[in-house]
Ligand binder design. Structure first.
Ligand code: UD1
Length: 422
């Protein structure tokens, strides 16, 4: 298993290009299943999660070609030969459940394994299933699989009122509703930029959708969808992660492709901590306003609130802030697995349930640490960049799921970082 070696090296400055969003691409790819015409995505990120989704779609009979060094995904689902998403692929990635809605909507039946994914607490898919049931689907859960059928071969429009916000359930229901008979209204829908991006792409394919980006989305079902070419929206989590580099190390970094709209609540917390974020013509420029950052409190929430996917990285910053910060994780249980690893580097953190209290220290110290999940892995790299001495982060396969070319991007800013092959 590869690891990453980081040596703290003072201030870091430079320009970092931000890739297309992993989480947008993972829902845009299954949208190919809705049509027999080609769907081409540009600005795709080069990540192992994208390779897993490619493998899953190909196992169903879809054609997926990775062009232009992986930046373009040319897909076609005109010959879907298998409507069963197998456990062997699905277990690797929770987002695999996103093939269920499109397959059921277009073909009237589908079998999908219940997913695995990051070990960040129990992550059921009951909301996905309830939404499809509301649209008339008959579901049978057995042997670890969901057997789904639409009576008469077609889903029907329905009012789906989510009890709480779920990004994935909103995406699955949105895609399914595009081919259902009649009107679907999704209430308490997720408002994430990735949902807006999906709706825009589906509209290019011929879907009738209104209200994306708000908590009520209305979809008028249509008989068939066509092809489209669509650029994947910028990855706001990768963006936020690299915005933390000058915040934690000093220096100035410009993140190309970044907009304040994508990271509003996060940028506001950085501002409160003493980090300036400026919109330029080509991205976001970030630098500390004065010396050491100040402690701030953070609570994760659905968009437009502070994203749970930036909580681990923000914790790394607050480990070196002046004062005591309180981080509340409201989306996932058990999402503080990075805390004990940061403590190995000298951080002072108390975790009680979904709350972590972080008392800032002057300096972190390099140590061997272990990545426990995707965002935890990059928080340890950020901590390593700010620490004295050497940090070795093991289990970097987590990192490869969601960050492309980390070593190259950080080296371009002057970081001492290298990948060690096992
Ligand atoms: C997506 C993102 C993930 C991010 C999360 C929250 C992708 C591929 N992943 O995950 O990076 O951390 O949004 O912003 O886009 N829940 C249920 N039942 C369900 C569905 C969800 O109880 O059927 C719970 C989850 O356990 C969690 C909460 O709802 O506590 C929110 O999860 P959700 O928004 O669905 O996250 P994902 O779509 O899995």
């Amino acid at each position: 298993m590869d690891s990453i070696l980081v040596r703290g090296n003072g201030a870091l400055s430079g320009v970092i290009p931000i890739a297309g969003a992993k989480n947008a691409c993972l829902t845009l790819m299954p949208a190919t299943l809705l049509s027999d015409e080609p769907l081409t995505l540009t600005n795709a990120p080069r990540l192992s999660d994208i390779a897993t989704m490619t493998q899953l779609l190909q196992s169903l009979g879809a054609e997926v070609a990775s062009l232009n060094d992986g930046l373009v995904l040319a897909m076609s689902s005109h010959t879907i030969s298998n409507l069963k998403a197998d456990y062997d692929i699905v277990r690797k990635m929770r987002a695999s459940i996103l093939v269920l809605g499109p397959m059921l909507a277009r073909f009237g039946h589908a079998i999908v394994s219940l997913p695995g994914g990051c070990a960040i607490g129990a992550r059921p898919v009951d909301l996905h299933l309830k939404a499809l049931e509301a649209m008339g689907a008959e579901l049978d859960l057995r042997d670890g699989y969901v057997y789904a059928k639409a009576p008469g071969g077609r889903l029907k429009g329905a009012v789906v009122d989510f009890p709480f916000v779920s990004v994935g359930a909103t995406e699955n229901a949105l895609m399914a509703a595009t081919l259902a008979k009649g009107t679907t209204v999704l209430k308490n829908a997720a408002r994430e930029p990735e949902i807006v991006d999906l709706a825009r792409c589906l509209r290019k394919m011929g879907a009738h959708i209104d209200g994306e980006g708000t908590s009520t989305i209305t979809i008028e079902g249509t008989d068939r969808l066509g092809g489209a070419t669509h650029p994947v929206v910028t990855d706001r989590i990768e963006l936020g992660t690299y915005m933390l580099v000058p915040a934690i190390c000093g220096g100035e970094v410009e993140c190309l492709g970044g907009t304040l709209e994508l990271v509003g609540a996060f940028a506001e917390r950085l501002d409160a901590a003493g980090v300036s974020v400026t919109q330029t013509e080509r991205g976001l420029k970030v630098a500390r306003k004065n010396g050491r950052v100040k402690a701030v409190n953070v609570m994760t929430e659905p968009f437009p609130g502070f994203p749970t996917d930036l909580q681990a990285q923000m914790m790394a910053l607050l480990c070196t802030a002046d004062g005591v910060s309180v981080l509340e994780e409201k989306i996932f249980e058990n999402r503080f697995m990075h805390a004990p690893e940061l403590m190995r580097m000298g951080a002072k953190i108390d975790v009680h349930g979904g709350t972590a209290t972080v008392t800032g220290v002057d300096k972190l110290k390099g140590a061997p640490v272990m990545a426990t999940d995707l965002r935890a892995s990059v928080s340890l790299i950020l901590a390593g960049l700010a620490a004295e001495g050497e940090t070795v982060v093991s289990r970097v396969y987590h990192l490869d799921r969601g960050y492309e070319r980390v070593v190259e991007k950080l080296r371009a800013c002057g970081a001492h970082i290298e990948r060690i092959s096992a």
